[in-house]
Design a protein around this ligand. Sequence first.
Ligand SMILES: Nc1ncnc2c1ncn2[C@@H]1O[C@H](COP(=O)(O)OP(=O)(O)O)[C@@H](O)[C@H]1O
Ligand SMILES: [Mg+2]
Length: 313
Amino acid sequence: MLLSVEGLTIEAGGSRPILREVSLSVGQGEIVGLVGESGSGKSTIARSVLRLLPQHARVSGRVLVEGDDVLTMDPGALRNLRASRVSMIYQDPRSSLNPVRRIGDFLTERMVHTLGRSKAEARARALELLTAVGMREPELRLRQYPHELSGGMLQRVVIAAALAADPALLLADEATSALDVTTQAETLALLRKVQSERGLGMLFITHDLHLAAAFCDRVHVLYAGTVVESRPAKELFDDPRHPYTAGLLACTPDLADPRPIQPIPGRPPSLDDVFDGCPFAPRCPHAADVCLTGRPEPVTVAGGSAACHLVEV
Ligand SMILES: Nc1ncnc2c1ncn2[C@@H]1O[C@H](COP(=O)(O)OP(=O)(O)O)[C@@H](O)[C@H]1O
Ligand SMILES: [Mg+2]
């Protein structure tokens, strides 16, 4: 397995852990979705793959990249992991780019510093990468500043930079959420193209379950720092087994299926909300007594698992 997160628990001072016993995996050449509301812990999972942990965090479990545990690897191996094995793409490309440096400097500096390329090699590689992500006039782009490019073009530059070291794994953290719909569609098509051409594994993080179901092979649904359902995308979409997943699908408008939109009652829990039982119970339309006292373990359902006391196997 390319990425294997096993029983990852992260506590950073709140009343409950940020992540509790999270397990998920990404195979080579596979796109795996990680879906959940804001604050559910998605970015914390992505950052832990690069061992970017909250300060003073208590961490247990394992994060394996090609079998190597990121949480215990020595500094040299960690540098190598961050420089060339795993790349992260963030939501806002402008936060990755320095506004007063040219695109060319952004693309080549890392290659010179962390990969030891010569300046000429790095420049040639930057041109090649800009072409690979569909940028016209790549020579001109190298001389431009971030403010001269649109958000969609900047996200292409960031994707090019993420590919520079030929990583095996891409972490896309809301990488298309800030883009308008047409640019989002172009960027998704580009991500899929580079992913399949290079046989990359991708952890695709989004708050949009419909998008994840359409774009990913498998999807993990996160709620209050726990994985509540893990299924192949089609099964998840056609027959969600956790009430939270069903709730997320029912509260998104769908032109093809014009049914009433049903919001999930209540609000997403904060780190101060503590649960004895199922974290979703306070908002769940089906909650029974057992849900308020016992924490549900994942049970096997068609193609994957769901952590719900009431799930019918
Ligand atoms: N460095 C940190 N220290 C303490 N708490 C954090 C830190 N980073 C994130 N959190 C908290 O962990 C929870 C999950 O955050 P995050 O992983 O960013 O969620 P998401 O990406 O799903 O919106 C939030 O309640 C957030 O406030
Ligand atoms: Mg986030």
